[in-house]
Design a protein around this ligand. Structure first.
Ligand SMILES: Nc1nc(=O)c2c([nH]1)NC[C@@H]1CN(c3ccc(C(=O)N[C@@H](CCC(=O)O)C(=O)O)cc3)C=[N+]21
Length: 297
């Protein structure tokens, strides 16, 4: 029987287990605080940010909700980030991506104080991750490590194929998978839009991480029997539903499930874990900034 990995349940247990660290901070007189900055009126971005806000509330993280008119000058966003960097009450800063075209995402990510960069996207934190000395592991790949672990799947010595080479998922995922550490030690191949014969690569994999942003591009024919399939896709496709769309992964769920040993669904797989690991990084940030030793899940 194929295991359907329940991301909502694993995320809930991480949120529950963060209570220990949050209590330790409270004993020292601190409430971890996350600032989210939204400069967009994209409905998906608005949904994700409001979910992050309510997650914070659930676990006792203070959430500052900052919205900037998407038509405003780029300088407004940089000034906001600079103020948040200087605010000792703020432990974590998340600027929701994508930002408008007239704003440079590179420049924004560099502007965030690396100690408050709970996404783990600042070049200093990227460098530390690659060097095997991560401060904040990027939330999606970190969440995937937790999901794989929760399914009892060993990565050591296994063949892992990551489909997609983005800075926020594909690259850091591959870096974590090759690390000499739990959840790593995998023989890792990174595939992308220019890969010749993708199916030949994925069919050879014990673990497939699909993060290309192409709806249902990975089907059962591309999956080895018993493989672990992690679907990072969150594609909104038009559908005859109440909301007018449905969420579809990068994996064709039914055909892949027929082959896989374990598989994540969309929704309810990787997405909730991305949010849970953001809370984790925020609590970790508060511990580092207040010099409190916290026990993280
Ligand atoms: N600075 C920054 N950091 C991010 O981490 C970041 C970002 N920008 N920009 C956009 C992407 C996307 N992302 C998601 C997080 C959770 C769900 C999630 O919880 N999805 C639910 C369903 C959501 C729904 O119903 O629409 C699920 O898969 O079950 C989805 C997407 C974070 N991102």
């Amino acid at each position: 029987m194929t295991e359907i990995i329940d991301g909502n349940a694993v995320a809930q247990s991480i949120r529950d287990d963060l209570a220990t660290a949050i209590d330790q901070l409270a004993d020292a007189g601190h409430t971890p605080t996350l600032a989210t900055v939204l400069m967009s009126d994209d409905p998906a971005s608005e949904t994700y940010v409001s979910m992050k806000q309510s997650d914070c509330e659930e676990v006792g993280i203070e959430a500052l909700d900052i919205e900037i008119d998407p038509a405003a000058d780029a300088g407004e966003l940089y000034d906001t980030v600079a103020d948040l960097n200087d605010d000792d009450a703020v432990n974590g800063i998340l600027v929701q991506m994508p930002v408008p075209d007239h704003v440079s995402d590179r420049q924004v990510l560099r502007a965030i104080d690396p100690e408050k960069d709970v996404d783990g996207f600042h070049p200093e934190n990227v460098g530390r991750l690659v060097a095997g000395d991560a401060r904040y592991k990027p939330c999606t790949p970190h969440g995937i490590q937790k999901l794989v672990e929760s399914a009892g799947v060993e990565t050591e010595g296994k063949d892992a194929v990551v489909v997609g080479r983005s800075d926020i998922v594909g690259k850091p995922m591959a870096n974590l998978l090759i690390q000499k550490a739990p959840g790593g030690n995998a023989t890792t191949t990174v595939c992308h839009s220019r890969t010749d014969d993708l199916a030949e690569k994925t069919r050879n994999a014990d673990i497939v991480v699909a993060a290309a942003g192409v709806p249902e591009m990975i089907d059962g024919d591309m999956i080895a029997e018993g493989a672990t399939v992690i679907d990072v896709g969150i594609n909104r496709v038009e559908a005859d539903t109440e909301k007018g769309y449905e969420l579809v992964g990068d994996v064709d769920f039914e055909s892949a499930k027929a082959q896989a040993g374990a598989i994540t669904p969309v929704p309810g797989g990787v997405g909730p874990m991305t949010r849970a690991m953001l809370l984790y990084n925020t609590v970790k940030a508060a511990g580092l900034q207040h010099d409190v030793d916290v026990d993280l899940p």
